[in-house]
Design a protein around this ligand. Structure first.
Ligand code: SAH
Length: 367
């Protein structure tokens, strides 16, 4: 049994069942044994491959998205280029490379990263080493926004919100019960118990017995703070992640270890834990915070609108046969309807005076 599982079993035996979000936070972020604290989980050797690791085209298009937003806006000479959960730093490196066609953008940008993992902070530092850019790291969105000092932001979050701890509520006999983690012999198992925690949930009577509703208080807080900042000081936020466009009941809590699905309660700290992002909720929080929201649109639709086909065609012209195969595979991975193309979605949030962000022409602004 791994160390973190022992610690969690002891703590639950001493203090009683642990809410699911507390469990997820420790499994991913525990200072010594958490999944992100211990390792670099990305790439073909790691547990999963994210879009920036699939192809440079992803980062290039997102970089041009920000550059375009800045150029059509007021071209602030001092703004904050923010990334939440930058992983290996690949996305930021590729974004800066593409945006370098207008050097004044890079000169005006101050880089801020929200990152808790020491291993990944090092990787991010390495990724930026050739770019001349210097990042400032922060542990909480609150501290990050303080450091932004009232200047506008252009912010990105790719596969960040899916890693934030969720709560689950299970409908039983017309009432919501909150999912906890319980110790049963040497095993961690879910248990649903009536709860004192007051969250705004829809009436349980509208749901069937056994239906599961998920909330993500940590993600909602981050969105609300960022939206408040953007409404006050200007800018935009782009979220790309997998999730649902409309809130619906369902259990999306999942674990991946060594490329394969495992039980989320089996090997805390060894497995990546995620849940689908509720875009409807994030978008409504942004609007409540005084911002406009655009999308969500599919990753396929978004990247295609930004010029994905054209960019791949240019790369193919310079490629040999093997590279052509790799490029075709990467393009399929990013946009294939059975791969990342439809499950992954893009949502943008801006202040009310900025130009409309690129890539959302088909859906326009949300009311
Ligand atoms: N954006 C990257 C990595 C996605 S994985 C990519 O697309 O490749 C999630 C990232 O968020 C990791 O960098 C992880 O360390 C970070 N992270 C997860 N939970 C966090 C939290 N609560 N606060 C800050 N960073 C967090």
């Amino acid at each position: 049994m791994n160390e973190l599982k022992k610690i969690l079993l002891d703590s639950i035996r001493a203090n009683g069942p642990m809410p699911l979000d507390a469990y997820m936070a420790l499994a991913l972020g525990d200072g010594s044994h958490g999944y992100y604290t211990r390792q670099d989980p990305f790439g073909s050797k790691g547990d999963f491959i994210t879009a920036p690791e699939v192809s440079q085209v992803f980062g290039e298009l997102l970089g041009l998205w920000g550059l375009d937003f800045w150029l059509r806006g007021n071209r602030a000479e001092d703004f904050n280029l923010v990334e939440l959960g930058p992983g290996r730093g690949t996305l930021m490196r590729d974004m800066l490379a593409a945006a370098a066609i207008r050097p004044e953008f890079g000169r005006a940008a101050r880089l801020h990263f929200l990152e808790t993992s020491p291993v990944l902070r090092k990787a991010q530092n390495r990724a930026l080493s050739g770019t001349g850019a210097k990042a400032h790291w922060h542990e909480s969105e609150h501290k990050l926004l303080e450091a932004c000092k009232g200047a506008p932001v252009i912010a990105y979050a790719n596969e960040f919100f899916d890693a934030l701890p969720i709560r689950q509520y299970v409908q039983k006999e017309g009432r919501w019960r909150m999912r906890h983690v319980q110790a049963e012999d040497a095993r961690l198992v879910p248990v649903d118990i009536p709860t004192e925690i007051e969250e705004e949930l829809p009436p349980a009577t509208g749901y069937d017995d056994g239906d599961i509703l998920e909330t993500c208080p940590a993600g909602e807080l981050i969105m609300s703070e960022l939206a408040g900042y953007i409404a006050a000081y200007g800018g935009g936020l782009l979220i790309v992640d997998y999730g649902y466009a409309k809130q619906a009941p369902g259990d999306t809590f999942q674990a991946i270890a060594d490329h394969a699905p495992v039980s989320p309660f089996d090997r805390p700290g060894d497995a990546d834990l995620t849940a689908h992002v509720n875009f409807e909720r994030l978008s409504s929080i942004a609007r409540d915070g005084g911002c406009l929201s655009f999308g969500p649109v599919s990753q396929r639709g978004f990247l295609t609108a930004l010029g994905l086909e054209e960019r791949f065609r240019v790369l193919e012209q310079k490629a040999d046969a093997r590279q052509k195969n790799d490029l075709a595979a990467a393009r399929r991975r990013l946009t294939g309807p059975d791969q990342m193309g439809l499950l992954f979605k893009a949502l943008a949030v801006t202040d009310k005076h900025s130009p409309e962000p690129a890539g959302f022409e088909t859906t326009g602004q949300n009311a």
